[in-house]
Structures are given as structure tokens and as C-alpha cells.
Ligand binder design. Structure first.
Ligand SMILES: Nc1nc2c(ncn2[C@@H]2O[C@H](COP(=O)(O)OP(=O)(O)O)[C@@H](O)[C@H]2O)c(=O)[nH]1
Ligand SMILES: [Mg+2]
Length: 458
């Protein structure tokens, strides 16, 4: 809920720094500024968006707490849309705390996490997707991910949603016109609705498709190595990372925990996980390891199924191959430094058109080819988003999925000749789904939850 009191917080990270920034927002920001700040020049005109040099003074006395630069950003042209005071002081936690205490004494309240952004949203300075982009931008760990959220911060996602919204409103209007006329006209759907819905669905799908790629840019590609025990999974992890991360022995069932290490492929983090070999477990520890492995497999972006080329394939191997999802995987045939027991040709029990690669984890052959395959997976055109906006927020993805579902339902109803009221209802729901993303229609409870995940001072 919006409270109109004046809030203050340290906006720079905890600890010592060259400069620290303290932010104040609310209707008393200016009067507080006039009391707490003593300008170095005799006159200080307090022009909006101007920096002034001087001291922060304690307890309305003459004692200086720090030498600072301050700026007053008057409403509505400030981040929050309220009067905002920014104090650039020296980055000592002691100084920042002393200034903050002084601000509290003058009537400020400590800001809650995300409260500045929340006020910016509630005052219509930014939409919800921009506020969320801001939080993600602060936390971005790679150049590519910060580029994605920067476009969202500039309002690109909000604009796309707004344009989809207009299309949807048009479709609703068309449907509702039809409701008015159904008594006179017995024909099917109103002209123009179906193509309109198709366009909407296509554009929603495009946004949704960008999620996987954006997530890979942000969090990395999650690659999981699987196979039965002793085929060389741990050796492969070590070969890919160039480090001795996992224990390698000739005892089947050595690896139990998940072991993950990250390598960089073309500037994108690739998280490779070595897992317990899949077989009938011999004890409860191995069973726990296998359960973990299976759970991890279901969340993988890419799976490497490892087989031992020096020994005949077994039922365990074929069961594993059958169990993995059809997309984004490769079958790597290991130990090709040894005489082969089988070949990945038509006589092998591998399903037709499986992608295979011969490697030797022990001696490093085929490892670069495997990395190239991973690089190609990251860059594959089907994952390339042709639009400029990408989504990387799960909340947005869920809302878009619901919108797409509702549009598909609306289309089905239209095609089946169901009463147009149902189509209109579905479309109205889709509209609500889109409005959740920009925050046009959202409950206070959800808002509070979103902003509470932000950091203090943001
Ligand atoms: N000759 C040969 N032996 C390998 C190769 N990769 C792994 N091994 C051996 O196979 C055994 C099992 O390896 P490990 O990586 O622990 O297999 P995991 O159980 O699948 O993790 C060890 O003795 C490794 O040295 C390879 O490419 N060639
Ligand atoms: Mg292992």
C-alpha cells in the first residue's frame, strides 16, 4: 500500500567504498535537505537536479558529519515521482549510518526493500516490468543478461505488451459487436477476429520462445552428463572443464552427489553437472544419488548420454537412451582409444537418427567437438529470437503462457461456433494476464511480494 511518509535508505552496497549514496524520498525531502545541509557557498538556490557542495551537519548544530554533494530532484521529475534528495557522502559505514540516523531524527522512516521502485511504479513513473527489470539489472552477472534487462528497463517489454493489449482490445470489441448482432445474424465468427487472434498468438509465442535463450544468457546453459556407471562421466566432466573436479575410479558407483562446474563457451556460462550412474542401486546412498541425478536430468537444457564404446551395449544403456527427452541431447561414445566393441551404425541398437560423437574422455579426443556442439546449441537459430524484446522473468513467462492459453481457447470456441460470449470471456482473461505483467491490474499482495525481493535503497 502507498504511504506518503518520507523514506530514507543507503543505496550503495554495505561496507566501505569511495563514495556512499543515501536516498530520501517524500514530501518533506526538501525541508529536511534545508535543515541537514550547510552549503559551502553562502547562497544555495536549491535548483532541482543541481549538485551542491557542503557539509551534512548533526543535530541542527554546527558539527559537520561529512563533506558531501547533494542534489534535490523535485516531483514529479524524479525516480519515485516524489521530491527526492540524494546525498553523495564518503563511503564509510560509520558516516553513512550517522547521516541516516540524522535523517531519522528529522522524521524519515527507513525504506523497506524495493520501496523507492514501488513508489516509482505507484506514481506511474515506470511500469511493473520496468521495475522488475531494474532489480534484475542490479543483479545481472553477465554482459548479455544486462543487455536484455536494459532494453526492458527502457520500456521495450511494456511497449510490446501495450501493443498486444491494443490488438486484444480490438478483438474483444469485434467479438462483443458480434454478441450484439447474434440475434439478427446467424453466421459464424465476425470477420477479422481469427487472423487477429493468430497474430496475437504468434507474437506471444515469440516472446515466450525468448525465455529459454534469455535464461541461458543470464544463468548459463545447464548441461547434464548421464549414463550407466563406469562409462566415464566423471572423466568427461574433468576433460570438459580441464580441472580435476570429480573423482574417477574404476569402481562402478563412485559418484553419488551432483558435481557441477562452470566453463565459458563464447562468453556464455555453461554449467556442466556430473551425476551418479544410472542402474539398479546397491544401497540407499546410491539410490539417493540416482534420484538426484534423475531430478537434475528433468531440468537440463542439454543432455550428454555417455556410452562405453569398448564394451557391448547393455539393456541399462538402451533404457537410459529411451528415457531422455528427444530434443537437445547427444550420445557420446567414450573410450574410443580402446578397440571398439560396437559401432554406431545401423547394426547398433541405437534409435535411428540419433546424434552421436566418438570421444575419449581419458585422452581428450573429441572434447573440442563436444564443446562446439554445445556452442551450436546455444546459438541455434530456432532459439534465436527475431524480435528485439526478450523475457527472462518467470512471472512474465507464466502470465504470457496463461494469455496464450486463453487466446487459443478463444480461437477454439470461435472455430467450434460456440456462443461469442465465451470467446469474449477468454479474451478478457487474456487481457488480465497481460495487465499483470505491466502491473495495470495486480493485487497489492502480489505487488508487495514482488517489491520485497528487491534490495533496500532500490
Ligand atoms: N581407456 C579409457 N578409459 C576411460 C575413459 N574414460 C574413463 N575411463 C576409465 O573408466 C573408469 C570409470 O571412469 P569414471 O569417469 O569414474 O566413470 P563414471 O562412473 O561414469 O563417472 C575409470 O577407470 C577411467 O579411468 C576413456 O576415454 N578411455
Ligand atoms: Mg563418476
Amino acid at each position: 500500500m502507498y504511504t506518503h511518509d518520507t523514506i530514507a535508505a543507503i543505496a550503495t552496497p554495505a561496507g566501505t567504498g569511495g563514495v556512499g549514496i543515501i536516498r530520501v524520498s517524500g514530501s518533506t525531502a526538501e525541508s529536511i535537505a534545508r535543515r541537514i545541509f550547510r552549503p559551502s557557498k553562502t547562497s544555495c538556490s536549491w535548483e532541482s537536479h543541481h549538485l551542491y557542495h557542503g557539509d551534512i551537519i548533526a543535530g541542527d548544530s554546527q558539527t559537520a558529519i561529512d563533506e558531501v554533494l547533494v542534489a534535490l530532484m523535485r516531483a514529479p521529475h524524479s525516480f519515485t515521482g516524489e521530491d527526492v534528495l540524494e546525498i553523495n557522502c564518503h563511503g564509510s559505514p560509520v558516516i553513512m549510518q550517522a547521516i541516516l540516523s540524522e535523517l531519522m531524527r528529522l522524521g524519515c522512516r527507513p525504506a523497506k526493500p524495493g520501496e523507492f521502485s514501488q513508489r516509482a511504479f505507484l506514481n506511474g513513473r515506470i511500469d511493473l516490468s520496468q521495475a522488475e527489470a531494474l532489480a534484475t539489472l542490479v543483479a545481472a552477472r553477465s554482459e548479455k543478461s544486462s543487455a536484455i534487462v536494459l532494453t526492458q528497463l527502457k520500456g521495450a517489454l511494456g511497449k510490446e505488451i501495450e501493443s498486444l493489449r491494443l490488438l486484444l482490445i480490438e478483438a474483444i470489441a469485434l467479438t462483443e459487436t458480434e454478441i450484439d448482432f447474434t440475434e439478427d445474424v446467424s453466421s459464424g465468427e465476425a470477420p477479422g477476429i481469427l487472423p487477429q487472434l493468430d497474430t496475437l498468438a504468434k507474437r506471444l509465442k515469440l516472446l515466450l520462445d525468448s525465455y529459454r535463450r534469455a535464461k541461458i544468457y543470464t544463468e548459463g546453459l545447464n548441461v547434464v552428463i548421464t549414463g550407466k556407471p563406469n562409462v566415464g562421466k566423471s572423466s568427461l566432466l574433468n576433460a570438459l572443464t580441464g580441472r580435476k573436479r570429480a573423482i574417477v575410479t574404476d569402481i562402478p558407483g563412485t559418484t553419488r552427489d551432483l558435481i557441477t562446474d562452470t566453463i565459458d563457451i563464447n562468453g556464455i556460462p555453461v554449467n556442466i553437472t556430473d551425476t551418479a550412474g544410472l542402474r539398479k542401486p546397491l544401497d540407499i546412498i546410491e539410490k539417493a544419488g540416482i534420484d538426484l541425478a534423475l531430478e537434475n536430468l528433468s531440468q537440463a537444457d542439454f543432455i550428454i548420454v555417455l556410452l562405453d564404446g569398448s564394451k557391448p551395449l547393455t539393456e541399462e544403456d538402451t533404457k537410459i537412451i529411451e528415457g531422455i527427452p528427444a530434443k537437445n541431447n547427444i550420445i557420446a561414445i567414450n573410450k574410443t582409444d580402446l578397440p571398439p566393441a560396437w559401432e554406431p551404425d545401423r547394426s547398433s541398437p541405437l534409435p535411428p537418427d540419433t546424434r552421436t560423437l566418438k570421444i575419449s574422455a581419458k585422452f581428450g579426443s573429441g572434447i573440442n567437438e563436444l564443446k562446439n556442439i554445445l556452442a551450436a546449441d546455444i546459438a541455434s537459430p530456432e532459439k534465436e529470437n527475431t524480435g528485439t524484446v526478450m523475457i527472462n522473468n518467470l512471472r512474465h513467462k507464466n502470465a504470457l503462457e496463461r494469455a496464450l492459453d486463453n487466446i487459443r481457447k478463444a480461437k477454439e470456441n470461435l472455430v467450434c461456433g460456440t456462443s461469442p460470449e465465451f470467446t469474449a470471456l477468454d479474451l478478457r482473461e487474456a487481457l488480465d494476464n497481460l495487465d499483470e505483467i505491466t502491473g495495470r491490474k495486480i493485487t497489492d499482495e502480489i505487488l508487495d511480494k514482488i517489491f520485497s525481493t528487491f534490495c533496500i535503497g532500490k
